[in-house]
Design a protein around this ligand. Structure first.
Ligand code: AMP
Length: 220
């Protein structure tokens, strides 16, 4: 099953993508995670992407498209994948369709998670992560039992640099400029389902699963 998750920063795409990945046994591909990994390892891709991410702007399409193309060619993507953070604009969406067409496959479902702006800001301001093992927390909704340390490895928890207020506002503004053409594109292909994401992780996941179940039963 080939799935795309759309939604503003902070709606919980990463959390839901991880749950979908475990449930349907398909890889979770997050362009944001791949870019941050490259920044941490100081690769040339990371160096090119860093300044855009710090400002909350989109990284140039050619860089992101080539990351996704390489990743989709890997063996574990043959049975499907869940894309989180890609595509971010119409050009990326059309390029993705072409890449999949070359491999004689296509997207099965696009889910747009919708959460209101006040809640997004509350969610993002409380997000914390562990640089050592990648675990994610939220100071209110999913706090670590060790306060500001990671439950899994004991490392100090950090806030993503691009989760600071000014950068978040820029990321939300980029999102509101780009989401409509993207949603219209997938809607015109009969692939888009919008899901309310403001009732907790489990409820949102259940809604996503009921949408995906009908697609899944057609594929197996
Ligand atoms: P995310 O973790 O998905 O919120 O992405 C964090 C940042 O990575 C974004 O604000 C962008 O700067 C960059 N980024 C991630 N995915 C893309 C993409 N598909 N196109 C352009 N930039 C991206």
């Amino acid at each position: 099953m080939r799935i795309i998750l759309l939604g503003a920063p902070g709606v919980g795409k990463g959390t839901q993508a991880k749950l979908i990945s475990e449930h349907y046994k398909i890889p979770h591909i997050s362009t944001g995670d791949i870019l941050r990994g490259n920044i941490n390892k100081r690769t040339s891709l990371g160096l090119k992407a860093k300044s855009y991410i710090e400002k909350g702007e989109l990284v140039p399409d050619d860089l992101v498209v080539s990351i996704v193309k390489d990743r989709l060619e890997k063996e574990d993507c043959k049975a499907g994948f869940v894309l989180d953070g890609f595509p971010r604009n119409l050009y990326q969406a059309k390029t993705l369709s072409e890449i999949l067409k070359e491999n004689k496959c296509m997207i099965d479902k696009v889910i747009l998670i919708d959460v209101n702006k006040a809640e997004i800001l509350e969610r993002i301001s409380g997000r914390r992560f562990c640089r050592n093992c990648g675990a994610n927390y939220h100071i209110k909704f999913n706090p670590s039992k060790l306060n500001d340390r990671c439950e899994k490895c004991g490392e100090q928890l950090l806030q993503r640099e691009d989760d600071s207020k000014d950068v978040v506002l820029e990321r939300l503004s980029v999102y509101s400029r780009t989401i409509n053409p993207l949603a219209n594109y997938y809607s015109a292909h009969g692939l888009l389902t919008k899901i309310q994401g403001n009732e907790g992780i489990e409820n949102t996941f259940n809604r996503i699963c009921s949408t995906l179940q009908s697609v899944y039963s057609l594929l197996v």
